[in-house]
Design a protein around this ligand. Structure first.
Ligand code: ATP
Length: 276
């Protein structure tokens, strides 16, 4: 590979530098410094209210930091950037939604580049390619409201990938999907991000469905955070230290189970290997 391409592979597409945010006197996270390179997959974990979605809002340019800097592809994060793709939480679309799969994806394409009115052929070809990339060609012309949750989530992934973003933000995209579709959607996001040299920031309550794809974990709790590989972070001593309270991490039939006797205000979803 030419040296310039190698450099590009290691150039951060996302950079947070001593980023701090809080509301009404409560710090959500403080002095968060982080760089993601193309193709990297970061899982963001933490209990309810720990600031996971707020991180996505900061990266989307919808929320200002109290302190520090946030850059996407070398520029300050800004609202509406085509460098950022966003997959929202899984929500079932109403049956009567008047859109076909291909219409939903076309909505994600950058109108300036593809010239919706002036270059319909180019738009059509791009939509077809995206449908193929996410394995949705078979239902390209189906009304989206008739598709299953997993099929709809594939389309949302295609929509988010349409502008060829450098950073793909995923806000609990597996919520309410069954295990099979959780794995399929995660694999799809991972593969597409790698092929397109995009970094992934993946907010989730459950580590197990994504663990084999995760390069690093960012774990928020109690106004603090830990970052590292899953093996470095999802450990009893690291999480006990983060929560300042005993936490047990055990492996059960290949799944990580995180348990704590009692942490006020949090819950432990033992069955799903969920996050405290
Ligand atoms: N604009 C805002 N003004 C005031 N408080 C806010 C604002 N945005 C978020 N918060 C608060 O910050 C905290 C963190 O919210 P956030 O949505 O980031 O949590 P989360 O980790 O994504 O939680 P969950 O797992 O429940 O989705 C919450 O207590 C929320 O009420």
């Amino acid at each position: 590979m030419p040296e310039a391409d190698l450099d590009a592979q290691h150039r951060p597409v996302l950079r947070l530098d001593e980023a701090t945010i809080g509301f009404h006197g409560r710090t959500l996270w403080e002095d968060l410094s982080l760089e993601l390179v193309p193709g990297e997959f970061l899982a963001v974990l933490g209990p309810n209210g720990s600031g996971k979605s707020t991180l996505l809002k900061v990266l989307l340019g919808l929320q200002r930091l109290d302190r520090g800097r946030v850059e996407i592809s070398g520029r300050p994060a800004r609202r509406g950037s085509s460098r950022v793709g966003y997959i929202p939480q899984q929500q079932t679309l109403p049956v009567e939604t008047p859109l076909r799969s291909r219409d939903l994806i076309a909505m994600g394409l950058d109108g300036h580049r593809f010239g919706l009115r002036t270059r319909p052929k180019a738009l059509h070809a791009s939509v077809d390619q995206l449908l193929e990339d996410v394995g949705a060609t078979d239902y390209a012309d189906m009304p989206v409201g008739l598709l299953s949750g997993g099929e709809q989530q594939r389309l949302r992934a295609a929509q988010a990938l349409a502008s060829n973003p450098d950073v793909l933000l995923c806000d609990e995209p597996l919520h309410s999907l069954d295990l099979h579709h959780q794995q399929a959607v995660t694999e799809l996001i991972r593969r597409q991000a790698q092929e397109r040299d995009a970094a992934v920031v993946f907010v989730t309550h459950e580590i197990n469905p994504v663990i084999e794809h995760v390069d690093r974990v960012l774990y928020f709790a109690r106004g603090r955070y830990r970052i590292g590989t899953p093996e470095e972070v999802i450990r009893s001593e690291v999480l006990s230290d983060l929560y300042d309270s005993p936490v047990d991490v055990i492996e059960h039939r290949g799944r990580l189970v995180i348990m704590a006797d009692h942490i006020e205000g949090d819950h432990c979803d033992v069955d799903h290997g969920g996050v405290l």
